[in-house]
Design a protein around this ligand. Structure first.
Ligand code: DQA
Length: 146
């Protein structure tokens, strides 16, 4: 069982980017925490991050065959990208929408998600811990939870 943790624009800046909203953990810190959880639940992980919409589409298209599910923090593309939504609709893999912050407690433009209707579920508002919750939720969805 292998899960892709895919991060979108500006998430490479975690740790220095608006830490009051997104926390002080870097993306590398989060990936390391994810690997610990992956070991706990017996799931292999892969990681990718891009600031580019098309690269995220490519990552989603390329995941079947290597991965069984995708945990996706699409960043701001969550709220705007029909291309990413279409890639999720087209893939055979389950995709979980993830956010560090509680987008519903923030600006109005963050309240709408283009991708939520084509994802298996949404986790947000729990900071870096959300990644670990998302892995457990995806593993459970895939039937691999221990
Ligand atoms: C985010 C929320 C988005 O609205 C924002 O554009 C991000 C990060 C989050 O993890 O809270 O870049 O996806």
């Amino acid at each position: 069982m292998k899960i892709l943790v895919l991060n979108g624009p500006n998430l490479n800046l975690l740790g220095q980017r608006e830490p009051d909203i997104y926390g002080v953990s870097t993306l590398a810190d989060i990936e390391s925490m994810c690997l610990d959880t992956g070991r706990d639940i017996g799931v292999e992980l892969g990681f990718a991050q891009s600031n580019h919409e098309g690269a995220l589409v490519d990552a989603i298209q390329g995941a079947p065959g290597t991965y069984d599910g995708i945990v996706l923090n699409a960043g701001a593309y969550t709220h705007s990208s029909i291309a990413i939504r279409d890639a999720i609709s087209a893939t055979t893999l389950p995709v979980l929408e993830l956010h560090l912050s509680n987008v519903h407690a923030r600006e109005g433009f963050r309240h709408h998600s283009m991708i939520a209707p084509v994802c298996i579920g949404v986790i947000g508002g729990f900071g870096a811990t959300g990644y670990l919750l998302a892995l457990r939720a995806m593993a459970n969805h895939l039937g691999a939870d221990r």
